[in-house]
Design a protein around this ligand. Structure first.
Ligand code: CS2
Ligand code: MG
Length: 413
């Protein structure tokens, strides 16, 4: 069974998505997500110019060999562009193999290890009343695990905090269109004040814990903004509020920084949404510096590569916590849900929900109910790409925000 056609599809149903569609000579179709938020066309070009010509005529069943061919064969290894491109090919080939078998993909990964995936949503508010309202909306929608982000007094806007107060958690929610990519000729500039953040956040989590009780699973994302000692202090100060995890406390490329954080706190740590390969995790796993792996199928080289990362993590009792923002397409999310159902060391799955337009374009068959995600029982990934809808949503340049300290210095976003 040969790959006969490989198409790179770019569309923007509210935000940009890059999708690879492979078709075999006997008519099986597989999809892969290659979306790199804010740098989408770099991956589209890498795929279109350098990968598509190599795929035509290859045996669609040789997933591992194709992965090695694209990874080792390029000589230039790793990096977000290369690994998103490889991920798209790998995911599309798994989709095809499962369709040929006539089975949902999770069956090829070992079958179901659980009834569904515990999923967390994003609640936010500029102040406590807004935040409580957002948490209540999530509880009503069935979430039992919620990430909490709050405005900081003195800062006009803060990462992860919805700008629109009237937004709910349903499809088409403007909150999720806004966050985090914004359209325009250049990135929006936000202001940041670390001391103000560190003063404010423990009080917010204390208030949320006392308002909503001990059962609610709470998470918080620091988005790489602290130094090791600041992160250690924050982790320690949040211990009484029993977080499920504290995410991305320091810039991810400095693994050793988490040693300092670990020395001081038992708050569980999650990191890895910007990692691309298993090598990025080596020190973190072997020194047991983290508790959850944040990589998405889309950014870590596909199902083949992420499965190896999870197996390696399992040796150290480290669990999955796959990145699931709206800039991972429903194809990437479906792949994560199939994996999450099958792997032994599943932890939690992020689930922000895509817009109505995005659902119309991809028609995913996964479902969310009672706080859990299930992948659907159709063959393959269970996602169908609608070309007519894609044509109505052409690519539009969009950037992630950038972040500056009050004196104008660039800071981590
Ligand atoms: C965030 C993301 O979901 C998360 O945890 O960190 O919203 C992240 O900022 C975006 O995916 C970047 O593209
Ligand atoms: Mg994050």
């Amino acid at each position: 069974m040969q790959i006969a056609k490989a198409e790179v599809l770019v569309a923007s149903p509210g935000r940009n998505f890059v999708t690879l569609r492979l078709t075999t000579d006997d008519g099986f179709v597989g999809l892969g997500d290659a979306t790199l938020n804010g740098r989408e066309l770099a991956v589209a070009s890498y795929l279109g110019e350098h990968v598509v010509p190599l795929l035509i005529g290859r045996d669609a069943h040789q997933i591992e060999d194709t992965w090695q061919y694209l990874y080792r064969g390029a000589y230039w290894r790793g990096g977000p562009v290369t690994m998103a491109a490889i991920a798209a090919v790998d995911t599309a080939l798994w989709d095809i193999k499962a369709k040929v078998a006539g089975l949902p993909l999770y069956q090829l990964l070992g079958g179901a290890s659980r009834r569904g995936l515990l999923a967390y949503g994003h609640a936010s508010g500029m102040d406590l009343p807004e935040l409580y309202a957002s948490i209540r909306e999530h509880l009503e929608a069935g979430y039992t695990a919620i990430r909490v982000q709050s405005g900081i007094p003195g800062l006009p806007s803060v990462y992860g905090v919805a700008s629109s107060r009237n937004a709910g958690v349903g499809d088409g929610d403007p909150r999720y269109d806004h966050e985090p990519a914004r359209r325009g000729a250049g990135p929006v500039e936000e202001a940041w004040d670390t001391r103000a953040y560190l003063r404010h956040v423990p009080a917010v989590l204390e208030a949320v814990r006392s308002e909503f009780g001990p059962e609610l699973v709470l998470l918080h994302d620091v988005h790489h903004r602290l130094t090791p000692i600041q992160a250690a202090k924050l982790g320690k100060s949040l211990e009484p509020y029993d977080l499920f995890w504290l995410e991305d406390v320091t810039p991810a490329e400095n693994s050793a920084a988490l040693r300092r954080v670990r020395e001081h706190t038992t708050t569980p740590l999650a990191i890895g949404e910007v990692f691309n390969t298993i090598w990025d995790y080596r020190q973190l796993f072997e020194e047991q510096l983290i508790d959850y792996v944040r990589s998405a199928v889309t950014h870590a080289g596909g199902i083949t590569a992420l499965r190896r990362i999870f197996d390696y993590a399992a040796v150290y009792q480290i669990k999955s916590g796959v990145h699931g923002p709206t800039d991972v397409s429903p194809v990437g999310l479906a792949a994560a849900i199939h994996m999450g159902l099958a792997i032994p060391n599943f932890g939690i799955q992020e689930y922000m929900r895509h817009s109505t337009e995005t659902h119309e374009l991809f028609r995913p068959s996964y479902a969310f109910a009672d706080g859990m995600l299930v992948p659907g029982e159709g063959p393959g990934l269970g996602v169908e790409y609608d070309d007519a809808i894609a044509q109505a949503h052409p690519y539009a340049a969009a950037y992630l925000p950038v972040n500056r300290l009050r004196d104008g210095s660039m800071h981590d976003w």
